[in-house]
Design a protein around this ligand. Structure first.
Ligand code: ACO
Length: 322
């Protein structure tokens, strides 16, 4: 039986740091409110001449170097992003060009904060079916570009960055299961109201911003992530106590704590980066994974549960033997 294994991770953050104190100068907010309600202390944002593709390239190169693969080994590229550089070519094709890789399939997936989980799910299916052998999967976002910097309800939450993994076919597991879901009925709770086919003028004038009914999103997120934990474990017959690390989407420390409680996992077994990254949407899970791999917390053969929830609504999980 063929599985896909994570053989390398990488991430890349823009240099510019935006602290809660910086935000106090922009909107009516304060450090204490942001820390208590979200767990965020600071986040990174792209500079004027920087964009999603720059972050994606940095993360991809770091992951390929950690995996010890050459560009000629990569036969599939998937980028998860909500903030592509262009309508087309896809960010994955732009990345392919930056990496001087030619010919292999390259495409984007758009599932907002769950995008990386979706991308891993697709790549895992392609590797297990024999359609690909070595896949480069990237979650990259410049969320600061679609934030209304006068809306204190959203601008304190988001950050920019990119994370990546290289997945390779292996006889040994590997990814044990991926669970992917969506329900478009929740469209009105979290969305950007304009798009290129409906209101191109709003896009042109830079008015296409994230709108969120945070309180309601919070409640559905906690309930849904609890359910996906149960579903993922039931699918594999594993127990909560088998999980070594929870690597959650980094939206809010209170949502993370609720999911950890559901798993009876002590917080020492949860990778938390929301304090310094904020919510980086599709980049959040792979960046958190990379942080904990590089600082030596995550070791070979440990069982990792990655999960995310985001606009759509979309939600999903990946259970992986590292
Ligand atoms: N600073 C100070 N006060 C604020 C701020 C701020 N930045 N933002 C809101 N407030 C005020 C509100 O106006 C409100 O004041 P009022 O009581 O006088 O009306 C008060 O704080 C409480 O507001 P709530 O919205 O009820 O605060 P809550 O505890 O729900 O926290 C938050 C808000 C942090 C947004 C939370 O609801 C949350 O994290 N929601 C989930 C976000 C999420 O998970 N998104 C999913 C992924 S994102 C994606 O897919 C793109």
């Amino acid at each position: 039986m063929t599985y896909s294994r994570i053989i390398g991770t990488g991430s890349h953050l823009p240099e510019k740091v935006l602290t809660n104190a910086d935000l106090e100068r922009i909107v009516d907010t304060n450090d204490q409110w942001i820390r208590e309600r979200t767990g965020i202390h600071e986040r990174r944002v792209v500079g004027e001449n920087e964009s999603t593709i720059d972050l994606a390239e940095g993360a991809a190169r770091n992951a390929m170097s950690a995996a010890g693969v050459d560009k000629s080994d990569i036969d599939l590229i998937i980028v998860a992003t909500t903030t592509p550089d262009r309508v087309f070519p896809s960010t994955a094709c732009l990345l392919q060009q930056r990496l001087d890789i030619h010919g292999c399939p390259a495409f984007d997936v758009q599932a907002v904060c769950t995008g990386f989980i979706y991308a891993v799910g697709v790549a895992d299916s392609m590797i297990r079916s024999g359609a690909a052998n070595t896949a480069l999967i990237v979650g990259a976002e410049a969320m600061s570009r679609i934030i209304d910097w006068s809306d204190r309800g959203t601008c304190v939450l988001f950050g920019d960055g990119a994370g990546a993994v290289v997945l390779q076919a292996s006889e040994e597991p590997g990814i044990l299961t991926t669970r992917l879901h969506a329900d478009g009925a929740y469209e009105e709770l979290l969305y950007v109201p304009y798009g290129v086919s409906t209101n191109p003028d709003k896009i042109r004038d830079g008015e296409a911003y994230v709108q969120m009914r945070g309180n309601e999103v919070f409640r559905v997120a906690v309930k849904t992530l609890g359910r996906i934990v149960d579903e993922t474990l039931a699918e594999t017959g594993l127990e909560k106590s088998d999980i070594d690390w929870l690597i959650p989407h980094q939206a809010n420390i209170r949502i993370i704590n609720a999911t950890a409680r559901k798993l009876d996992l002590p917080l020492e077994r949860v990778v938390v980066t929301v304090d310094t990254h904020g919510n980086t949407s599709a980049a959040s899970v792979p960046m958190a994974l990379d942080v904990a791999v590089r600082d030596g917390r995550i070791r070979q053969d440990e069982l990792l549960l990655m999960e995310a929830f985001g606009g759509g609504f979309t939600w999903g999980s990946v259970l992986v033997r590292y």
